[in-house]
Design a protein around this ligand. Structure first.
Ligand SMILES: NC(=O)c1ccc[n+]([C@@H]2O[C@H](COP(=O)([O-])OP(=O)(O)OC[C@H]3O[C@@H](n4cnc5c(N)ncnc54)[C@H](OP(=O)(O)O)[C@@H]3O)[C@@H](O)[C@H]2O)c1
Length: 326
């Protein structure tokens, strides 16, 4: 099968096309013929080993100490079930599925195997496979932080910093779906896009200092890696939660151990890959409440270009890579 592999950490051109044997599904696994995958922050970090300061060693332990352990990147994908193991009960050949292997990767190939009990779900009928490929990474992260870590509820006032990005664009839509009042923060060229995602209010961080707000937000979710409790604590209402989706070690430690008043909290951590979350996201998408924003699409043989584009200031939402343009 066609695959994009990499054998050392480095710039986008470490990603090279090649041929690998097509995997066979074990009894509880399905074999998926992949139609589309994405370039996520997870793929970028595993390819470049560019980790937030303080997390370099953790990056090597997760992705491979002396070189990449998994040679095929691709944290999420969508495609058609080609074959199912003898004990698989929820999926059958021909089913349209999307999957979130996360740090197990595997999406940059024509085929992947994944256990039916892990993060895989049926694609809602109103989405095509390119849209479905981008459902998981941002969606599952936003869902875990907003619902599971911060217990979002209707009427909450939520500030999303990095609202135009992969995680932020999902967070704006999910917070709206949970009945919150949402303010999205982005740079000037992305303000309109954040409005179309459903944000009630937008702030251009190049023109307005949103840290000056006082007792305003129940939840502040930061994906930009610029937030600390010292900076945003007073913008939280009493009992408010600052969610550090992205932070370096020093920011995280300073915020976790900062002296907090009024029951305000700082929450960091990792968002897991779970099938039940994918089914929840699929249901939201089916109901028209969540649609991954596709900023740009690339062909499979231009994946190195897609990786280079990840850090282009024009990048917004998700970068989708299509294996089979037909
Ligand atoms: N904890 C977890 O489990 C978990 C899971 C997934 C991702 N992450 C991390 O979350 C981070 C974001 O991932 P992503 O996929 O959403 O990345 P992304 O698509 O690159 O989005 C990041 C956003 O940050 C915004 N930004 C940059 N500088 C800013 C500033 N000074 N002030 C405000 N906003 C700024 C950018 O918006 P503009 O272009 O509008 O400036 C960009 O859209 C990554 O570091 C990733 O590693 C963590």
């Amino acid at each position: 099968m066609r695959a994009i592999t990499y054998h050392r950490y480095g710039p986008p051109d470490v990603l090279v096309p090649g041929e690998l044997p097509t995997p066979s599904p074990k009894p509880t696994e399905v074999l998926v013929r992949i139609h589309a995958t994405t370039v996520t922050a997870g793929d970028y970090r595993a390819r470049s080993l560019d980790m937030p300061p303080g997390f370099g060693l953790i990056g090597r332990l997760v992705f491979g100490l002396f070189g990449p352990r998994r040679k095929v990147l691709g944290t999420e994908f969508a495609g058609i079930v080609e074959a199912a193991g003898v004990n698989v009960s929820r999926f059958k050949p021909g089913d349209r599925v999307f999957a979130y292997p996360g740090a197990a990767f595997g999406g940059y190939a024509e085929y992947a195997v994944i256990d039916e009990a892990s993060a895989i779900a049926h694609v809602p009928t109103n989405l095509d496979l390119n849209q479905a490929a981008a459902l998981s990474f941002g969606g599952a992260t936003a869902l875990n932080f907003l619902r599971d870590k911060a217990a979002i509820k209707p009427g909450d006032s939520v500030l999303v910093i990095g609202a135009s990005g992969g995680v932020g664009s999902a967070a704006v839509q999910l917070a709206k779906a949970f009945g919150a009042h949402v303010t999205g923060v982005s740079s000037t060229p992305h303000l309109e896009m954040v409005k179309t995602l459903g944000a009630d209010r937008v702030i251009d961080y190049t023109r307005e200092d949103y840290a000056v707000a006082q007792n305003t937000y129940d939840i502040i979710l930061d994906t930009s890696g610029t937030a600390t409790y010292a900076k945003y604590g007073t913008a939280l209402k009493p009992g408010g939660r600052l969610l550090l989706v992205s932070a370096d070690l020093w920011q995280l430690l300073a915020s976790l151990f900062a002296c907090k008043s009024g029951g305000r909290k700082v929450i960091g951590g990792y968002a897991p890959e779970r099938g039940e979350d994918l089914r929840f996201l699929a249901e939201l998408a089916r109901a028209g409440k969540y649609l991954p924003h596709i900023g740009r699409r690339f062909a499979f043989d231009r994946i190195a270009e897609a990786h280079a584009y990840f850090h282009d200031p024009a990048k917004r939402g998700n970068i989708v890579v299509t294996l089979d343009p037909a």
